[in-house]
Design a protein around this ligand. Sequence first.
Ligand code: SF4
Length: 185
Amino acid sequence: MNTGHKDILLHICCGPCSLHPIRELRREGLEPRGYFFNPNIQPFTEFKKRLAALRCIAVNEGLSLQTEESYPLEDWLKRTLQAENRCLECYRWRLSAAAARAAMEGYHFYSTTLLVSPYQQHDMIAQVATEEGERYDIEFIYRDWRPGWPAAKQEIRERGIYLQAYCGCILSERDRYYRRREAGR
Ligand code: SF4
């Protein structure tokens, strides 16, 4: 679908995930502006690494980028650790911030690179992003970008850009390696 509007605020979870959506949106005639807001990335050195990888991709792709670097770790912990569903809260905070910013800056549309990852909870992301779009009166552009992930990952590896091994929070880091160890890998 070509929406007829050329600008879209694209919430970016990390550089590698941004590659395919940036290109696909442009193919559709939409010019994305990147918005990085991810206080879920832990620890802080990992946050800096992912941000550096994204900056590198933004330069190469000619992407305009806005980054939120305040790193409110305590707030993220407060919001998610007691939540019934940690990932739901984590998605909601980031997508809500993106929708609010898009509305404040006069965009008609927003989306998120979280939709490219086969490791994320795709349907939950789409649901939360739609709700936050409605809340701020901004249209969420849904796309299933997952088929583009294998080629993007391959390109990232070939270009020597940092590719993380876990979702973001320290709990996901533990689960990634703990499960591997349990599986005897
Ligand atoms: S696993 Fe990923 S989505 Fe879930 S809470 Fe951790 S960082 Fe957020």
